[in-house]
Design a protein. Structure first.
Length: 324
């Protein structure tokens, strides 16, 4: 265990990546299970590698989000998730519950918003105390109680979605599984600049200009990745681009002027929301004792025999309970 390290799992990013990366597989009674297996494998690998003191999972409801209210075409081009993928989500929730890993979701918000909110609530040495033990909140007011001192936390977000690179700062890194279920790369501020030529804080405005076909965010038509990057590098952010609009000439000036409102809407859609109405207690996320026998039984039921050997020994909860 690495003291003060807080690992946050972007559940649906890993579930979707596992579903499309792995060949189909079924339980004995014919239920699809490949995405659950991939998620479980990635979860065990990331926890073993990162050795957190705190651990939590961010998920989302299968319902429209606040971004859909802003822009009804948000992700509208995507086909509905396959039925056999949706049917696997309850298995993931059972797995997390059995392993005593706290999971948070809020209606109207995506898992990445939940993760960003947890980071905001606990950053800078703050600990929030919540009254409710129900972590699956629904349109509840934000909790902001008197914090008690806790050492500065280090955050590592486990995901397959590079949109979360925008959250990287001196306290936060991204453990990206974008290259495979059990392959990963850790991104910090330096690595992001080396790979993309942009700072993490510039990713939102970069996307506001170029758009994002995967999320159906329009951006500014006619400005692609190279043009967007050039503008961001030269002017730093979207506001400064428009403050200096008279210095920009030709076609780009025309496009920026015509689609200014759309650019700012795309900025809002691209920004991860760290203000979800989340009730959170840092103590709940501290690595907990788990019941190895029940976990093994679940893995056997799902046919995950190869993962059983990767489970840790059961830690008794007398002194300092831990999962690994």
């Amino acid at each position: 265990m690495i003291k003060n390290r807080f690992v946050l799992i972007d559940a649906f990013a890993l579930i979707f990546r596992a579903y499309y990366a792995l060949p189909p597989s079924l339980t004995k009674d014919g239920h699809s299970i490949a995405a659950v297996y991939g998620f479980a494998s990635a979860l065990l690998s990331s926890i073993k590698t990162l050795q957190p003191e705190y651990l939590a999972v961010g998920m989302e409801y299968p319902k429209p989000t606040l971004r859909h209210q802003e822009f009804k075409e948000y992700k509208a081009h995507r086909p509905p998730p396959p039925d056999d993928l949706i049917a696997q989500v309850p298995y993931v929730k059972d797995l997390l519950k059995t392993m005593n890993i706290p999971t948070y979701s809020i209606e109207g918000y995506e898992g990445e918003d939940v993760i960003a909110t947890i980071i905001k609530l606990t950053a800078n040495g703050k600990r929030l105390t919540a009254h409710s033990s129900d972590k699956d909140t629904k349109n509840q007011p934000a909790v902001s109680r008197e914090p008690s001192a806790v050492s500065r936390l280090e955050y590592i977000i486990v995901t397959g979605d590079l949109d979360l690179l925008q959250l990287i700062d001196e306290q936060t890194r991204v453990y990206s599984m974008a290259r495979g279920i059990n392959q990963a790369a850790i991104y910090d501020e330096k690595k992001v600049v080396e790979r993309y030529g942009l700072k993490p804080s510039q990713f939102v405005d970069f996307k506001a200009l170029k758009g994002d076909t995967s999320d159906n965010i329009p951006g500014v038509p006619g400005i692609g990745e190279k043009g967007a990057a050039k503008l961001i590098i030269e002017y730093e952010n979207l506001d400064k681009i428009y403050q200096n609009i008279e210095k920009i000439t030709g076609k780009i000036h025309h496009l920026l002027t015509e689609f200014k409102e759309q650019a700012y809407m795309s900025q809002k859609l691209s920004q991860i929301n760290a203000n979800a109405p989340l009730e959170f207690n840092l103590a709940d996320a501290r690595i907990h004792h788990y019941n190895q026998k029940e976990t093994i039984a679940l893995f056997q039921k799902l046919g995950f025999k190869s993962l059983i050997a990767r489970l840790p020994q059961e830690a008794k909860p007398q002194a300092q309970p831990k999962l690994f």
